[in-house]
Design a binder for this molecule. Structure first.
Ligand SMILES: [Zn+2]
Length: 74
């Protein structure tokens, strides 16, 4: 499966798109270079989301913003 980085909204997310056009996201770890947390518009694996699961973290917000923008242009 080949992923292509298409954008990096707000520098919070790496955005990948697979051959079927589906998006997935990776949140760069601030502690470990090259390590990414899995993220999408409804769930995030970052420490902030783990400690406060009732809140929408910045990464989920960025994912939602990105998807909203993509919906407008496609
Ligand atoms: Zn997050």
């Amino acid at each position: 499966m080949s992923h292509v980085i298409v954008s990096n909204p707000g520098r919070l997310l790496k955005v990948f798109r697979d051959d079927a056009g589906r998006y997935s996201y990776g949140v760069p770890s601030s502690c470990r270079a090259g390590v990414y947390y899995r993220c999408d518009a409804n769930a995030c694996a970052c420490p902030s989301a783990q400690y406060r699961p009732w809140k929408v973290c910045r990464h989920m917000e960025a994912a939602r913003d990105f998807e909203a923008r993509e919906a407008l242009v496609s």
